[in-house]
Design a protein around this ligand. Structure first.
Ligand SMILES: *[C@@H]1O[C@H](CO)[C@@H](O)[C@H](O)[C@H]1NC(C)=O
Ligand SMILES: *[C@@H]1O[C@H](CO)[C@@H](O)[C@H](O)[C@H]1NC(C)=O
Ligand SMILES: *[C@@H]1O[C@H](CO)[C@@H](O)[C@H](O)[C@H]1NC(C)=O
Ligand SMILES: *[C@@H]1O[C@H](CO)[C@@H](O)[C@H](O)[C@H]1NC(C)=O
Ligand SMILES: *[C@@H]1O[C@H](CO)[C@@H](O)[C@H](O)[C@H]1NC(C)=O
Ligand SMILES: *[C@@H]1O[C@H](CO)[C@@H](O)[C@H](O)[C@H]1NC(C)=O
Ligand SMILES: *[C@@H]1O[C@H](CO)[C@@H](O)[C@H](O)[C@H]1NC(C)=O
Ligand SMILES: *[C@@H]1O[C@H](CO)[C@@H](O)[C@H](O)[C@H]1NC(C)=O
Ligand SMILES: *[C@@H]1O[C@H](CO)[C@@H](O)[C@H](O)[C@H]1NC(C)=O
Ligand SMILES: *[C@@H]1O[C@H](CO)[C@@H](O)[C@H](O)[C@H]1NC(C)=O
Ligand SMILES: CC(=O)N[C@H]1CO[C@H](CO)[C@@H](O)[C@@H]1O
Length: 745
């Protein structure tokens, strides 16, 4: 399962334009975000004065006092300003302006993630209740807790007629009109004893449950993306893992049972070739039956080529933060406060306790400690002398010490986590500090005779920079199909509160709702959005839904270095559920297109049969290049030996918006060395709905940086819809970083 397990590296990826400004607008003015794409590299360019001159021009005022709220000048170009409606229209037409959109008021409410994504609870959100009630989400996971209020069937009608599944969840497992189906594949019953499956199912389609929290933390109304939809739980994982055979059985059943959509927060350590990837195979069949599969990208980031959900017929989801974050302060004896991370509901009532650093609590009879001196500060088991830790706050240089602290009788633990940006739950008061703060804690301990501190209860903040792509979120490029960008999209996957299994072993506390992080948590958010779209467009194919989600995503700018901070971290960007309802145009794909793609990848007919389940003969003459698959993003991996290169992409758009419409193409630069993008034709005119129009994109450039892909965005706009596709060109890079994981070649 792809719940976050302690691992890895540090990276910071900061977003674009979703900031937390909540300035009050003048009566006739509103706060807008004016996005201007990437910064000009011209030496004489000063973004701030450019922003001011734009404002002066549109307002006709020489003093723009009170108008400019802030400028984005460091990582990308844009600004935030108070504008009237007509000023907004004029600013949108100005040269250099990519888009103008209203700022959002962030709500101090839980399930912060759906609010954050703009899918608000209640009247504000358009719903299609009867279709939503007919929508069935198949959750392939570790089971479900059927008694959770998130799955209560109060107010539900009987299951939709199309439902052909069963409730065979084992002993003491009852389905209802909300949780309509249950199966398991290891004769253990479908009850979730781990919490993961309950969490993901409730995020996708759980009921709205008021007054929910983790001991007061994150309190508010918890809900899924489509609270009126039905859930069918397929328990394909046990405590030992998720066997491929069980996964395939889950697909096999779910498709036949009549689910509308599959969410599967499961993945391997590395991507496997399609024919060995049971999720890819199961999902191929689902796709052929009109069922979209949404899959977690994996938690092996931020290294390149760690993404495990790689097939183009799967929607692959990265994880990012929301505006809501949990912080846990540490107050030192000298009065200094350090802001750490954790989900800490324990209350030390401000009392200070002696601090003991793992290094100075050594157990003299431990040979490991002497052998591995680097362990001593990390609080490795045998290195710790319990007598010196009891009743104190243990300070550890790594994650491992946290469990140990409890058994060694510590009051609390302060540690340096491998992933410092994610708050996790522990069985005693705990706070994880960033490296810099950890160092200052250690220096305080070393410079003081009787160092003391206390760990406060967790506070919730609603103003953190977001979305930031989580460091653990797996990155592309795609190791199997190098010309298909994966992951496809990012969604909230950090510090998500959702339903839980009371039997799961956090510690001795039993909880019905808990906070988890991982691409596992991001995946059901996208499944919820996909189901939401399907309630309005029940006939849309998986590729249409996928395209709608991808082409309407918020642009994300990731800071940081190399591949980990590019489209290979977040795909098309951050999901925008409301915009996804009205994409204007979509890139459509069907089974034949996917088969042509596989032929283009030179799969043999034997392998094609494994994947597609039918005999396929690829025509010798079939010249379908993988990159000509009609995918909502465009990418090509080049050898890197050509200084100058030219790459073409063939695409076809289907009009799902206004019958008579004209779309113009624009191209906005992204990362890396410059791409010159030519679009032929550059204007597409549609006369009817469902009409298709083809175009060809020719990308030329030179000097690809092997460390950093070159990217751009192609935007088709009719003035209302902006249909955006990332274009990513990259060179062969060193594969060695992940080769020890790769079993696929
Ligand atoms: C059924 O499971 C629930 C939840 O674990 C438990 O509370 C209840 O006692 C069980 N009932 C029986 C008859 O085993
Ligand atoms: C959560 O609890 C805090 C403290 O009791 C309260 O101020 C806040 O209004 C609550 N938030 C919600 C959304 O219920
Ligand atoms: C543990 O610490 C106590 C108190 O400082 C000390 O007396 C004892 O010798 C230590 N034991 C070991 C095994 O290090
Ligand atoms: C020291 O380590 C040994 C070996 O792991 C262990 O048996 C002993 O209990 C420890 N002593 C203390 C005081 O923690
Ligand atoms: C407390 O100690 C830390 C670490 O030595 C130091 O950085 C900080 O300035 C001190 N705070 C005060 C108020 O003296
Ligand atoms: C975020 O909000 C908290 C209190 O809600 C405040 O203390 C903090 O300064 C704010 N941070 C920023 C960056 O605005
Ligand atoms: C498939 O084989 C052809 C002919 O050998 C070759 O030109 C092409 O590059 C191969 N395609 C891929 C994706 O390996
Ligand atoms: C060849 O490619 C086209 C798409 O360009 C596809 O429609 C056709 O089915 C492919 N033929 C074979 C035999 O795979
Ligand atoms: C590459 O392109 C540049 C400008 O587009 C041109 O000046 C140069 O001669 C080209 N180099 C090669 C090797 O074709
Ligand atoms: C791509 O489009 C061009 C121009 O429309 C066309 O000539 C070419 O045959 C297309 N290629 C493929 C593989 O479909
Ligand atoms: C598209 C975009 O705005 N890219 C920027 C993201 O941030 C990096 C690092 O600050 C810039 O170099 C990019 O230009």
């Amino acid at each position: 399962m792809a719940k976050l397990a302690a691992s890895s590296f540090i990276l910071s990826c900061v977003v674009l334009f979703f900031s937390s400004i909540s300035a009050v607008a003048d009566e006739d003015k509103k706060v807008y975000i004016v996005y201007m794409g990437s910064l000009s590299s011209r030496a004489d360019y000063t973004p701030m004065s450019h922003h001011m001159s734009i404002l002066q021009e549109v307002t006709g005022e020489s003093s723009i006092e009170g108008r400019l709220v802030r400028s984005y000048t460091r990582s990308f170009n844009g600004f935030v300003a108070r504008l009237t409606e007509s000023e907004r229209e004029n600013v949108a037409k100005m040269e250099g302006v990519v888009s103008v959109f209203p700022n959002k008021m962030l709500q101090l409410q839980t399930t912060a993630s759906w609010d954050f994504m703009g899918l608000k609870e209640g009247k504000g959100t358009k719903r299609n209740p009867s279709m939503e009630s007919d929508t069935i989400i198949g959750v392939l996971d570790g089971g479900i807790w059927p008694e959770s209020e998130s799955f209560s069937d109060k107010g539900f009608s009987p299951p939709p007629k199309k439902w052909k599944g069963v409730c065979s969840g084992g002993k003491n497992f009852t389905c209802n009109k909300k949780l309509i189906g249950a199966r398991d594949y290891k004769s253990e019953g479908t009850r979730d004893i781990d919490g993961h499956g309950t969490h993901t199912a409730s995020t996708a389609a759980g009921n709205a449950v008021a007054d929910t929290s983790f001991f007061g933390i994150g309190n508010g109304t918890v809900r899924g993306g489509v609270p009126a939809a039905r859930i069918a739980a397929y328990k394909v994982c046990t405590s030992a893992g998720c066997p491929l055979d069980a996964i395939l059985s889950g697909f096999d059943d779910a498709i036949a049972d009549g689910v509308d959509l599959i969410t599967i927060s499961i993945g391997g350590q590395a991507a496997a070739n399609f024919e060995k990837d049971s999720i890819a195979i199961g999902a191929f069949h689902a796709m052929a039956k009109g069922i979209l599969t949404v899959n977690a990208a994996g938690n092996n980031g931020p290294k390149a080529r760690t993404v495990s959900a790689v097939a183009p017929w799967i929607l692959s989801v990265a994880a990012s933060t929301t505006n809501r974050g949990f912080v846990t302060k540490v107050v030192l004896g000298n009065g200094t406060t350090l802001v750490g991370k954790s989900v800490n509901a324990f209350d030390l009532k401000g009392k200070k306790y002696p601090l003991v650093y793992g290094k100075s609590a050594q157990n003299s009879s431990s040979s490991d400690c002497q052998k591995y001196p680097e362990y001593t500060g990390l609080c490795v088991y045998s290195c710790i002398n319990k007598t010196r830790v009891e009743g104190k706050i243990l300070v550890c240089g790594g994650d491992g010490g946290v469990r140990l602290a409890k058994s060694a009788g510590a009051i609390a633990v302060i540690f340096k986590p491998a992933i410092p940006e994610v708050a996790t739950i522990h069985s005693l008061p705990a706070s994880g500090l960033q490296a810099k703060d950890f160092e200052s804690l250690v220096s305080y301990i070393e410079s003081t005779d009787s160092p003391q501190a206390t760990v406060l209860k967790t506070e919730t903040i609603f103003n953190q920079t977001s979305p930031v792509i989580a460091s653990f979120s797996s990155r592309g490029p795609n190791p199997i199909a190098p010309d298909i960008v994966k992951p496809d999209i990012t969604a909230p996957g950090v510090e998500i509160l959702a339903a839980y299994s009371p039997d799961a072993e956090h510690d001795t506390r039993q909880v019905k709702y808990s906070v988890l992080s991982g691409t596992s948590m991001a995946c059901p958010h996208i499944a919820g959005v996909a189901a939401y779209i399907k309630t309005f467009y029940p006939k849309w194919s998986p590729s249409m839904i996928q395209s709608a989600i991808m082409t309407t995503a918020w642009l994300v700018n990731a800071t940081g270095t190399g591949i980990a901070s590019t489209e290979f971290a977040y795909g098309a960007g951050h999901v925008n559920p409301i915009a996804a309802l009205n994409p204007g145009l979509v890139y459509e794909l069907d089974k034949a297109d996917h088969i042509a793609f596989l032929c283009g990848m030179n799969y043999t007919s034997d392998i094609l049969k494994i994947i597609s389940g039918e005999s396929v003969t690829c025509s010798q003459k079939n010249e379908t290049l993988p990159r000509n698959l009609n995918y909502p993003s465009m990418s090509a991996k080049l050898s890197g030996s050509d200084k100058n290169y030219t790459v073409t992409f063939n695409r076809t758009l289907t009009n799902v918006g206004t019958p008579s419409s004209t779309y113009k193409s624009t191209v906005v630069a992204g990362h890396g060395s410059k791409l010159t993008v030519e679009v032929m034709p550059s204007v597409l005119t549609f006369k009817t709905v469902n009409e298709k129009q083809s175009f060809r994109v020719t990308v030329t450039g030179s000097d690809l940086d092997p460390e950093l892909p070159s990217s751009a965005n192609l935007i088709w706009s009719d003035g209302t819809h902006n249909v955006r596709s990332p274009i990513v060109i990259y060179a062969v890079t060193d594969d060695s970083s992940s080769s020890h994981h790769c079993h696929h070649k």
